[in-house]
Ligand binder design. Sequence first.
Ligand code: SF4
Length: 218
Amino acid sequence: ARRAAGEHPGRLPQLLRQAQAHTGALPPLALPAGLHEAPPYLPAPSQPKPGWQCGLGLLVAAPLGRVAASALARLARSGITGLRLTPWRMLLVDGLAPQGMPGAGLTDHDHWICDAQDARLRVSACSGAPGCRQALAPTQDLALALAPHVPEGAHLHVSGCSKGCARQLPATVTLVAQAGGDGPVYGRGRHATAQAVPDSRWSARSLRDNPGLLFEEM
Ligand code: SF4
C-alpha cells in the first residue's frame, strides 16, 4: 500500500536519502558476505583468455610468458597464415583449424597454454637464478610448482630480488628471494610489490611442502 501511494519503504532509498541529507555522498555499503572487492591490479573479467576467439583465431599463452624458439618455429611453419602479438601477453594465431593444433605443437602442455582454466595463468616470475646475475635464488620452477595452489582470482609473483623486473604491479602474493643464514629464503608480501617489506620468510622446501599456507587469511 505504501508503494502504491508513491512511498519507498525499502532500506536502500532510506540510506540514500540520509547520505544526501548529511554529506551529499553515497554511503559506504558493505559487500554481501563472501564477496570481496577485486584488487585493481588483477586482470579484468573482460580480459580475453586463451582459447578460440569467434571469427578471429586461437589465442594462446605460454607458461610464464616464455616460449622456446623451437616451439615457436614449429608453430610458424605449421601452415598458419599469421601470428599477432596482443597486449595480454598472448599470441593470436590466424588460419588454424582445431584439427591442426597437434601438428602446430599447440597441444604440447610444456610450451603452450590453450585452456583458459590453466593454473599457470595465475603466476609470473622473473628470470631468477641462474639466468640473472642479480638473482638470489631460482624463481621459475617454484612459481610453476606453486601454480596449482593459487586460488582462482589471485596472482602469485616470484622475484629473484627486490627489483621486481617482471612485475611492477602488486600481486596477491609476491615472493622475493633474499639471502638467509642457511641459504636463500623467500620473503612474502601480500597485495604488494617486490619492493615491499615482507611479512614472513619461507624456505623453498617449506613453500613446496605447505603451498596452501601462502594464501591463508587472504
Ligand atoms: S628482479 Fe632481480 S633477479 Fe629478477 S630479473 Fe630482475 S634483477 Fe634479476
